[in-house]
Design a protein around this ligand. Structure first.
Ligand SMILES: [Zn+2]
Length: 251
């Protein structure tokens, strides 16, 4: 089944009347010397396409930029200000409401898009917009103790991100893998508070030497399966809960 996208006409969208839309959000940021800047965008679009097909959703093109200020200092990184990303997502979700979309999933490919959580909470508090939920391509790992252990030491451009790009776009993996590097476990919990230039010499946090296309495909398939199950289950669980009406506003 071809996924309903912005390549379809408005007549086709009206005819198929999707109730769910998926907005992928990526990031353009350094991923060591061996992975493309668009790694997070490629990953989230790959996952979103398959989830959109399975759920008969209206799939939006991925928003390429996220908030990646932690990676500034490594060439090629482009970061939105958090308020800019919040405004983009808020405006996109509200527009979808005007098209008759009832539910929206914002699917992030980048753990550093930290503003999405409060931005989506505010949308749901303000009301007058589709019900909106935030998921991440890595959401499934929270339910898997083995992956939790892997991710503690493998957070950026390491084993799992290198595996993903080997699986979906092997031509974009350049040369020899950037050397493995794992910062001390003491600074790990501070990741969100420090620039990556202070944490890792080459932009890698993990072990690209352990990567394989097979591991990447396994990761991606588990992500897709989790989202296909969890997205409808979560919206179903919300059915019957009151949705706030649009709050009166001056603008
Ligand atoms: Zn990444």
């Amino acid at each position: 089944v071809p996924v309903l996208t912005t390549r379809d006409s408005s007549a086709v969208v009206r005819e198929r009347a999707p109730s769910l839309a998926i907005l992928p959000v990526g990031s353009i940021e350094q991923h060591g010397g061996h992975l493309p800047l668009a790694t997070d965008l490629l990953t989230v679009e790959w996952v979103a396409t398959r989830v959109g097909q399975a759920l008969n959703a209206f799939l939006l093109p991925g928003l390429p930029f996220g908030t990646a200020a932690e990676h500034l200092g490594f060439p090629g990184t482009v970061s939105l200000r958090p308020e800019t990303l919040a405004a983009c997502v808020t405006d996109a979700v509200r527009s979808l409401g005007a098209s008759g979309i009832r539910d929206v999933v914002v699917l992030s490919g980048h753990g550093g898009n930290l503003i999405l959580r409060p931005a989506i909470r505010q949308l749901n508090l303000d009301g007058g917009a589709p019900r909106t939920l935030l998921f991440n391509v890595a959401s499934w790992t929270a339910d898997d103790p083995d992956w939790r252990d892997i991710e503690a030491d493998d957070r950026h451009a390491g084993e799992w991100e290198t595996s993903i790009v080997l699986a979906i776009a092997p031509d974009l993996v350049r040369g020899a893998a950037t050397p493995d590097f794992v910062p001390s476990p003491t600074v790990g919990p501070m990741q969100d508070q420090l620039p990556m230039t202070r944490l890792t010499p080459d932009g890698v946090w993990g072990r690209p030497s352990l990567a394989s296309a097979e591991k990447g495909l396994l990761y991606l398939e588990r992500s897709v399966a989790y989202l296909i199950e969890r997205i409808p289950a979560t919206f179903r669980a919300l059915d019957g809960h009151a949705t706030p009406k649009a709050a009166p506003s001056g603008g």
